[in-house]
Design a protein around this ligand. Structure first.
Ligand SMILES: [Zn+2]
Ligand SMILES: [Zn+2]
Length: 320
């Protein structure tokens, strides 16, 4: 049976068609057989430590034992324009997650995640100083299937002079919920999901990791901050807790699905804007596995098809 559902966080229309999981290439159990690069250094990689001549201006560097371990640089091929007269003026930086060519979210240790989160926060704070910036977009593509053009693990941060449509949608959904129910939708969701248990992957002091009941992108795993603090106000303890979660969650994904492609993005409040949805919106991270791909139907209609139950995905990744 098919059903029409709405993505829990942004109200996108989703067709739920569970039996499609039996299609030959869509098997949820299939594990990626891609191997992880062996070498810590590659001569031809512009992001490797030692090949600094090949990359453009650094904006921020974290060092250890007087050598860089993470750095942010201006993107050589920015999505947006640096010209202040252009209506899509902004900055686009590439954050090299680790100096190691073979490092990635599946093998990074807690300390590496913590340093990377410090880098995310530092660049976020710096980019929001420009008052024309209304939203800061932080994301990561891992492997070609997820849009990565270079294999060396990296993230990207962009400042935008407007709020992107998907965020407008999320803000609208939580604002309507607030108007109707008089409470923050995310708080409501946290209480419901913890009570229900089935879609929860992990529940820690300040974060809930779960798979929303209906997701536009199958397997969309959400790491939700339990309070409505701004991303740039997450304190040191929060970042430490989050780094433990990311380390463990990616370890679990690797155990279940192997070295598989994913996108990760942080959704947060707008900046330099009075109406910033502070009481209604909670920062969260989406981790979208790219093993359940989409095709012509999705492109031609803007609707998504979900073939896997969120409960089944959560159940596989669950940990204490
Ligand atoms: Zn490299
Ligand atoms: Zn979101």
């Amino acid at each position: 049976m098919k059903e029409l559902g709405m993505d829990t966080l942004n109200n996108s229309k989703v067709i739920i068609a569970r039996e499609r999981i039996n299609r030959p290439l869509d098997k949820m159990n299939s594990k990626s057989n891609k191997t992880i690069e062996n070498n810590e250094y590659s001569k031809s990689c512009p992001f490797c430590r030692g090949n600094e001549d090949n990359i453009s201006d650094e904006t921020y560097v974290i060092n250890k034992d007087s050598k860089w371990i993470i750095k942010s640089v201006k993107n050589k091929y920015p999505i947006i324009d640096e010209n202040p007269l252009n209506e899509i003026k902004g900055e686009h930086e590439v954050i090299i997650d680790t100096y190691k060519h073979n490092g990635n979210f599946y093998n990074m240790i807690e300390e590496e995640f913590y340093n990377l989160l410090l880098m995310y926060k530092a660049r976020f704070n710096s980019l929001k100083k420009d008052e024309n910036v209304k939203y800061i977009c932080l994301f990561k593509n891992y492997l070609r299937e997820a849009g990565a053009s270079l294999m060396h693990s990296h993230s990207q941060i962009l400042s935008l002079p407007f709020i992107p449509p998907d965020l407008e949608n999320e803000y609208k959904v939580c604002e309507e919920f607030y108007k109707k129910m008089g409470i923050n939708m995310y708080n409501h969701l946290i209480i419901q999901e913890i009570k229900n248990k089935k879609r929860v992957i992990h529940d820690s002091e300040n974060f809930l990791v779960f798979v929303p009941e209906v997701c536009r992108f199958t397997g969309d795993t959400v790491v939700l901050f339990k309070s409505n603090t701004y991303f740039y106000d997450l304190n040191d303890d929060n970042l430490k807790e989050l780094s433990i979660i990311l380390k463990k969650l990616f370890e679990r994904i690797y155990e279940e699905y192997g070295n598989s492609p994913f996108n990760l993005y942080i959704h947060t409040h707008p900046v330099n804007i009075e109406k910033d949805y502070k009481d209604k919106y909670n920062v969260h991270i989406h981790i979208v596995p790219r093993k359940f791909n989409f095709g012509g139907f999705e492109l031609s209609t803007g609707m998504y098809v979900s073939s896997v139950k969120s409960e089944d995905i959560a159940n596989r990744l669950k940990y204490d």
